[in-house]
Write a protein that binds this ligand. Sequence first.
Ligand code: PLP
Length: 354
Amino acid sequence: MFTHRFRQLAPYVPGEQPGDRQYLKLNTNECPYPPAPSIAALLHRFDPSRLRLYPDPTMERLREAIANRHGLRLEQIFTGNGSDEVLSFCFYAFFGADLGTLRFPAFTYSFYPVYCDFYEIPYEKVPLTEAFEVDLDALRGPGPAASGIIFANPNAPTGHFWPPERIAEMLKRFRSDRVVVVDEAYVDFGGESVLPLLDAHPNLLIVRTMSKSLALAGLRIGYALGNPDLIKALFAVKDGFNSYPLDTLAQEIGTLAVAEEAYYRDIADRIAATRTRFAASLAERGWQVLPSRANFVFARRPGVDGQAVYRTLKAEGILVRHFNPPEIADFVRITIGTDPQMDRLLDTVSRLWP
Ligand SMILES: *Cc1c(COP(=O)(O)O)cnc(C)c1O
């Protein structure tokens, strides 16, 4: 009865957050450790009457803190309601049919094709290499004129990572009048940022999130780093949707969190150490585990269907993530939790698939 221009949309399906029982949640790459202790202290002393007022629409203190953290200037920072929102603004601002076809890896963050459908951006999915790596040469071209490139590094759900030098080679050969977005949601877990490439490549935009390595998924803070023209464009888009995307508390807590470098370095290192140990133990049990620099691993047990692994583990009270496309249907993506949590999973795996 009601016609709607977006009736055909296939929305992004986030990892499940079920409430039917207590699960060991290893399905959405959340952080197993709490945010920095100074954040608890801030929440205790926060004056609720401050919530009477609208937040700062330019999010300046938070952006200043992020700029300091990365050695950049305020005009190079955009902040938004989770990196999902920042990414959405990027798709709207920088890609479109008039510019050509957007390219991204066939298996990467599955929100990218959803944004393309939403904004009616033509796109091309570029296959991964045999080793499940992002194929940088194929992303760059040849082929139809690209309206831009986007990929995650480390990539999800595979965990593979390309060092900045390899991405620099790609950028040098790609047209400088189209935007390249590198989604660094997982870079803190052992990757290396393309930040040093920003000066030489004004068409490069980096997107980050505080949801994973800063243990703040519930607060919704994402940001973009890039040259001031790109950042200005994102602000223009923001002001066409919502002038106040980040609330007062999120701005305040985010400002504190980016300054807590030592605390967050420590938990990222712990997660990376747990990942190394867990991946080795899983491999000893006959699983194929793709090399990962993220806070998850992508793994399969030869001969066992990934959907069955997912369902069987769920019945045991453990949630992992499974994806349906046939090329990766054998795999499950397993978030790295604490050592005891991963031990529980390893014990369960040994029992179920001896
Ligand atoms: C989790 C994730 C995001 C989204 O992060 P939010 O800031 O929580 O919206 C973006 N990109 C990738 C690759 C992710 O894995």
